[in-house]
Design a protein around this ligand. Structure first.
Ligand code: HEM
Length: 180
């Protein structure tokens, strides 16, 4: 018989003041903490049509100087009716005292991106250092992201260099913090 195992003593926290104390290096990224929910629009020159989506994003921490990140999106039509699941990604955002940021983001589409960027005030900018792809993945060669928190709203603009196209916008979304 196996000994009973205790509960994980280091659960992630998504709310400031609950769970482990926030690592001081994460202070610049503090506005991101929590669970966000909102809507976006996207398109790309290789696609026949633009699209709309809804998205939920969570940023949590376990007291160490990195954020656990997860984002899930699903397509909706013009009237807001749910169409099907879409982009999904998980990762780690590593932040230093100076607000330097390194992120690792993995996609179920066979792509892993590493980013470097900067957290300054309520704005985060990052660009890919590397994009690794499995043999079946689509050709993505680079990406840039900007996250801005203003008046309780998180705006995300994402540019993509893929399918032989130059870097240009694929996604823009606005989200609000959701109580957990
Ligand atoms: C909110 C997240 C995202 C949503 C809602 C989204 C949505 C879409 C949609 C609807 C398409 C058209 C094909 C289809 O119907 O599935 C598409 C294509 C594509 N997306 Fe995204 N996407 C997201 C994130 C990403 C990310 C993070 C990347 C890169 C890592 C990416 C790269 C691509 C590529 C390469 C294509 C294919 C273009 C082509 O086949 O010509 N997408 N996306």
């Amino acid at each position: 018989m196996l000994e009973p195992v205790r509960e994980n003593p280091y659960p992630d926290s998504y709310v400031l003041g609950e769970g482990p104390e926030l690592h001081p290096w994460l202070k610049p990224a503090l506005p991101l903490l929590g669970s966000w929910h909102g809507r976006g629009r996207g398109g790309y020159p290789t696609l026949a049509e633009d699209f709309r989506y809804e998205q939920e994003i969570t940023f949590g921490h376990d007291g160490r100087p990195f954020l656990h990140y997860e984002a899930r999106a699903w397509l909706v039509d013009e009237s807001g009716t749910v169409v099907r699941p879409s982009g999904r990604e998980v990762g780690w955002w590593r932040v230093t005292a100076e607000g330097y940021l390194e992120a690792l983001i993995a996609h179920p589409t066979g792509i892993v991106e590493t980013y470097v960027g900067q957290v300054s005030g309520a704005e985060i900018e990052m660009a890919t250092e590397d994009v690794a792809r499995t043999p079946l993945a689509k050709e993505v060669t680079g990406s840039r992201r900007r996250y801005t928190v203003h008046d309780g709203e998180l705006t995300i603009v994402q540019e993509l260099e893929a399918m032989g196209q130059p870097m240009q916008q694929h996604l823009v979304a606005q989200l609000r913090l959701r109580e957990v």
